[in-house]
Write a protein that binds this ligand. Structure first.
Ligand code: CAO
Length: 438
């Protein structure tokens, strides 16, 4: 057995400072540089690190004792560490690893707390004690090690209640706080302050049956919730005159059927959307994860929401700009069939730039679709209706087939003016389908 003394190293002008926390117990295996204890003066707290690795044999001090340079902290058995004992520094003359200092009072911006001169700059507190977290102008009551621990776990020390002496926040307090936060419903856990949903026993009001959600519903539910909460949505409503487009589509359905294709409005919409994406590139983009830049896509892959017995899926048609309406219609039909038969491959649902969701075949006048993040916009189509539309030139109302458009966009990326320009552009494209050829 090789027993060595561990002494308080040179701690600069810190003298007779109180031990406020001991981080080790007898029997603990301690790595070199691990924090052994925290001392605190009236200006700053400081962690004292282990000068070498070993097992704690005996602790010579307790919380509340006052120490200065040279005070004996503990005895350490170094016989079981990898490095041979003889290679370890001589205890009484070793150069201690730097202690970590944190201000305990917010210093004036031009003053740093008193710091031992030998502590390298990276370990020094900055002039405002930034490594300390301030709550209501006072630093959180925690040792540097606990602050570091909280920072690593993303714990907000201002919300953690300390159970140590004089309300000091201990490591266990941070651990308990994290556990409690994780147990809360998501909205509350990320600090949205959403009240938890009430737990109701519905059976007390009448007969009920519980059905397990499908895997797709569970997955899409989580994503929809995240997208709804994280992307600030605005929905722009508009109406497009598709009278001529619908006449043309109907005139082509037999020809398309002979080629085995169901020529739907959605196929034309895909072309119109790509035209609008080319004109307004910020709609064909995603925010970079750090929120600092916009990734503009040079390809045009468009997804469409497909209602299946298991829930909503979004197959993606790739390179819509390079395909004609008939090809798009064929692919739409094939992908929708695969989705309903649960045969859609994962890669057929990836890489989308923009999504169209059509409830036109079902009904409704308008709705507010949720953006399929990281895309930045989604277009909803409702049921087209014959409406009286004022013809300025002829000074009369005319029956026109009007298609309701609902464009939801991420307001972090797209401004309201561009939202309105995008739907106006779509109106123009759809009102005269020949424009799509230009
Ligand atoms: N207005 C009026 N009629 C419309 C229309 C519209 N906007 N869109 C489609 N229709 C008509 C079609 O012309 C078709 O009529 P015919 O059979 O007489 O030709 C009928 O409605 C059914 O169309 P469809 O549903 O077969 O084809 P589609 O291309 O319009 O849609 C698909 C395909 C996959 C989008 C659709 O089947 C679907 O799943 N829609 C639901 C999407 C959804 O759930 N979105 C919500 C997402 S948010 O929860």
């Amino acid at each position: 057995m090789s027993i060595k003394e561990v002494l308080v190293p040179d701690i600069g002008s810190f003298k007779d400072v109180e031990i406020i926390e001991l981080m080790v117990s007898v029997g603990d295996a301690v790595a070199a540089d691990a924090s052994l204890m925290t001392v605190e003066s009236d200006k700053a707290a400081m962690d004292i690190p282990a000068p070498f690795a070993g097992t704690v044999k005996e602790i010579k001090l307790k919380v509340g004792d006052k120490v200065s340079e040279g005070s004996l902290i503990l005895l350490m058995d170094t016989s079981n560490v990898d490095a041979p004992a003889s290679a370890a520094p001589v205890v009484k003359s070793f150069t201690p690893p730097a202690a970590t200092v944190v201000a305990t009072v917010p210093p004036p911006s031009h003053l740093a707390p008193e710091v031992p001169a030998h502590i390298p700059p990276k370990h020094r507190p900055d002039p405002v004690g930034a490594s300390a977290q301030f709550c209501d102008g006072k630093p959180a009551h925690a040792s540097p090690a606990v602050r570091r621990f909280a920072r690593e776990l993303g714990a907000d020390l201002c919300r953690v209640k300390g159970s140590g002496p004089r309300g000091r926040i201990l490591k266990e307090d941070v651990q308990n706080w994290i556990k409690a936060e994780l147990a809360k419903p998501t909205g509350e856990a990320i600090g949205l302050g959403i009240a938890p949903a009430p737990v109701v026993d519905f059976a007390q009001f009448g007969e009920v049956e519980t059905q397990t959600l499908s895997r797709i519903k569970k997955l899409s539910g989580v994503n929809l919730h995240r997208n709804w909460v994280t992307a600030p949505h605005v929905t722009q409503f508009d109406e497009a005159d598709i009278t001529d487009l619908e006449d043309f589509r109907k005139s082509m359905t037999d020809e398309a059927a002979k080629r085995g294709v169901k020529l739907t409005l959605l196929a034309f919409m895909m072309k119109a959307v790509v035209n609008a994406l080319r004109t307004f590139p910020s709609f064909n983009a995603s925010l970079a994860t750090d929120g600092e830049s916009l990734v503009l896509k040079k390809y045009f892959h468009v997804g469409f929401a497909c209602d299946t017995p298991d829930g909503l899926v979004v197959p993606v048609i790739r390179d819509v700009n390079k395909k004609d309406v008939m090809d798009i219609a064929r692919e739409l039909g094939e992908l929708a069939e695969l989705a309903r038969e649960r045969k859609l491959k994962v890669d057929a649902m990836q890489g989308g730039c923009f999504t169209i969701t059509s409830l036109g075949g079902i009904g409704g006048t308008q709705f507010t679709p949720i953006i399929n993040c990281p895309e930045v916009a989604i277009l909803g189509l409702s049921r087209a209706e014959m409406k009286p539309v004022w013809n300025k030139a002829a000074k009369q109302f005319e029956p026109r087939l009007m298609l309701p458009l609902s464009l939801s966009y991420d307001h972090r990326v797209i401004d309201g003016a561009d939202g309105a320009r995008f739907t106006s552009h779509l109106r123009l494209m759809l009102s005269d389908v020949r424009r799509l050829l230009l």
